[in-house]
Design a protein. Structure first.
Ligand code: HEC
Length: 141
């Protein structure tokens, strides 16, 4: 029985269905995020943050509210399901921590709740979560 499950899982992971889902997330990123964060997610120092290591925001409640609440995320013109998938893909792609320390994935329900309250002033929330506003255009003040 275990072998059947393992085989089914292996087949699913290698299947075109899973590959197509990843393509959707990449496509959503390129369409709705890369104009500011750049196609490789490196951002523009001092104005648009790089997304490398964004898993650091996914490890606390306030961090998750920040991640979903920044205007570019909360107001992205995609469904809650697609946004959750996009964030999970981004966190996987650009995590600083090892895979076995992966942050909990976002669900559509959590995204719906958090994006309903977009952050008007993200900087102080970011400072509380990771202790700095460096990288989002506030450091020179
Ligand atoms: C119009 C430009 C723009 C677009 C489009 C945009 N962002 Fe952003 N993003 C920013 C800026 C600027 C910040 C810094 C916080 C703020 O002022 O909103 C930010 C912050 C973030 C952060 C927090 C990172 C940190 O280090 O503080 C994440 C995560 C993020 N954006 C992801 C996304 C994703 C995912 C998309 C697409 C769905 C997206 N953004 C679309 C400009 C943009």
């Amino acid at each position: 029985m275990k072998r059947v499950v393992a085989l089914a899982l292996a087949a699913l992971l290698g299947s075109p269905l899973v590959a197509r889902a990843r393509e959707t997330e990449k496509h959503d990123y390129l369409l709705h995020c890369s104009g500011c964060h750049r196609p490789d997610a490196s951002g523009t120092p001092g104005t648009v943050p790089s997304l490398f290591g964004i898993d650091r925001f996914a490890r606390s409640e306030e961090g998750r509210a920040y991640l979903v609440g920044v205007p570019g995320v909360a107001q992205a013109p995609v469904s809650d399901e697609r946004l959750a998938a996009l964030l999970n893909w981004l966190v996987r792609e650009h995590a600083a921590a090892r895979a076995d320390e992966a942050a909990l994935p976002f669900t559509a329900g959590e995204v719906a709740r958090l994006r309903a309250a977009p952050l008007r002033d993200p900087a102080p929330v970011r400072a509380r979560v990771i202790g700095t506003t460096e990288g989002i255009g506030e450091e020179k003040q």
